[in-house]
Design a protein around this ligand. Structure first.
Ligand code: NAD
Length: 299
């Protein structure tokens, strides 16, 4: 059990701000704080901020209880997080990680405001899974300092961070964001141009497409397809199990975005997934998706 505080001298005195304290933002802020960065977590929702603060304290307590984190490191990290209700705190940030609701207009407004508030050197990244940063970089007035920094859920656990440059992103920005991800204890990968789904969601989409096609053609049951992915390919979850875990609404939304962008019929949203979403069977979170879950698993 050791402290994860980073030792990169180039990142000394860096203050991180995370915009949006939902599923991703809270855990990204805690990741930064555990790495030793003073961190501001901002959300327009006061309830959202309170819930994030509560969740992070509970997470830290759990880790300490399991002896995965020293109590002093947990309380030091929690103490590095400052909670803010508006964006004005961005005037003190060196890097802003935007993890707000996945809507283009919201992100455009945030980047425009950040462009006005932040000092000129501040790097602005988006955690968006489906929106390439080129769609919002112009609003900031500093497109060379903008890229995607895509974390995975749960951000405190998952090692991968996809750093996606757009045509205007400078090499200096790319290097700074890669270094920051490493300082967070992550294993970043660099994606040289914006492609829908980046790497991970693209790979996952291909497996899911094949799994859905095999099941629909009656070649094998969902259970046997999932079992094959686990026992032959070493995947921790089969594709149907994984879709249920991610949420079928999220899977459907990603497919819609990808198809809108590529127009490729291979990317067309799947009818079976769409039907389940229509029925409110969104996966584990609603207690049913491709599979049924015990009530406790739904909460
Ligand atoms: P979420 O709905 O859990 O949280 C979004 C938060 O943004 C909410 O708390 C909301 O109040 C806040 N918000 C909305 N407008 C805001 C504004 N103008 N200023 C500040 N805060 C604002 O969403 P999430 O799942 O955490 O997703 C956030 C981002 O992360 C999205 O871009 C998504 O694509 C990306 N992402 C999500 C996942 C995932 O599995 N959930 C994984 C990787 C990336």
């Amino acid at each position: 059990m050791s402290s994860a505080v980073h030792t990169d001298p180039g990142l000394r005195n860096i203050r991180v701000m995370v915009v949006g304290a939902g599923t991703m933002g809270g855990q990204i802020a805690m990741t930064a704080a555990l790495a030793g960065f003073p961190t501001i977590l901002q959300d327009i929702s006061a309830e959202g901020l309170t819930a994030a603060e509560h969740d992070l304290a509970r997470w830290a307590k759990g880790r300490v209880g399991k002896q995965k984190l020293r109590e002093e490191d947990a309380s030091a990290a929690l103490g590095r997080i400052e909670y803010a209700g508006d964006l004005s705190a961005a005037a003190r940030a060196d890097v802003v990680i935007e993890a707000a609701t996945e809507r283009l207009e919201i992100k455009r407004d945030i980047f425009a405001e950040l462009g006005r508030i932040c000092p000129p050197h501040t790097i602005l990244v988006t955690n968006s899974s489906t929106l390439g940063s080129s769609k919002i970089a112009g609003e900031s007035g500093r497109p060379d300092k903008v890229c995607n920094m895509h974390f995975f859920n749960p951000a405190l656990v998952m090692k991968c961070v996809e750093v996606v440059r757009n045509d205007a992103t400078s090499q200096q920005t790319v290097e700074a964001v890669m270094a920051l991800a490493r300082a967070f204890g992550k294993e970043p990968v660099l994606i040289n141009r914006e492609v829908p789904g980046f790497i991970a969601n693209r790979l996952m989409g291909a497996v899911q497409r094949e799994a859905l096609a095999l099941a629909e053609a009656g070649v094998a049951s969902r259970e046997d397809i999932d079992s094959t992915a686990r026992t032959a390919l070493g995947h921790p979850l089969g594709p149907f199990e994984l879709m249920d875990m991610v949420g079928l609404d999220v899977i459907h939304f990603i497919a819609e975005c990808t198809y809108a962008e590529t127009g490729d019929t291979a990317d067309k949203p799947n009818a079976a997934v769409a039907a389940l979403v229509e029925q409110g069977r969104l996966g584990r979170k609603t207690g049913a998706g491709f599979y049924e879950y015990a009530r406790a698993a739904a909460g």
